[in-house]
Design a protein around this ligand. Sequence first.
Ligand SMILES: O=C(O)CCC(=O)C(=O)O
Ligand SMILES: [Fe+2]
Length: 302
Amino acid sequence: MVKFAELEQPKQVQQHLPVALTAAQAGIPGLQLHPEFITPEQEAALLQHIEQQPWQQLSKRRVQHYGFCFDYSQRGVDAQQRLGPLPEWVQLVVQRMEALPDVLPLDQLTVNEYTPGVGLSAHIDTHSAFSGAILSLSLAGGCIMEFRRPVGSSSSSSAANGSSMTPIAAAGAAAAAAGDGGGDSSSSSAGEAALQQVQVYLPPRALLVMGGESRYAWQHYIPHRKADWVNGQLLPRAARRVSLTFRQVRGRPCACAFPQFCDSQLAPPDSVVERKSHPADSGWMWMLLFMALVYQCCRVEQ
Ligand SMILES: O=C(O)CCC(=O)C(=O)O
Ligand SMILES: [Fe+2]
């Protein structure tokens, strides 16, 4: 079973930050943004097909899975459990996506429905679960998607001058390593680490392609809020945003160029991610034990 890394979101609201409307403005290597990738008619047809399929209710949003099932308890997919090919009604779009640079043949689709106020926690889609680029097609509504990664760990300098890139301080950056459950920033051994953060606006019908560094080294997330500030304009979230996330399920370990973020290339999580604090780990516990010992010794002396 392969896992899906999910991390805490930064707490601060950043209304003042510029929001990228194009991939060039975002400046994240490997990121592509294709506005109006589909027509309003194609969007309506996709929504109609989706509406005829059964939804799985999660705590805050509804989802559908095609190709392979996504196991939320494990935050991963079982590559041995194939549901079947992607549905007929999505094939035309899939063919166009597969013609884009960096996109491998796609065999897994997750449909997410977000209502206003609902977002998605920060994560890097698990390296060992999916090969190559991750694609997200937005339907019905738009939202800001935010990207972040620790400053100074970039393998490419092309990101440095991105107009929408802002260094911020946030805790627990090292937990971005693909280990699961490393999101307790207060217990991270990395302490406060500087992050680069980029906000990208995803309008309906736009296709986002996360390839290369943007897929393997940057966390992405959707803030849980009811409106987005986009360059001075407050855009209320639509009644719903439906996203189609396309991926290729990986059959073998990941050998990407970002081992610090790669669960295939890291040692088992216990040895690299600081475990959550246990009472016995605290200095106070040892101090109490020591005092009890001294007390016992003193009593024996008497
Ligand atoms: O809703 C989206 O656009 C992104 C979904 C996503 O990041 C994911 O399913 O891993
Ligand atoms: Fe994702």
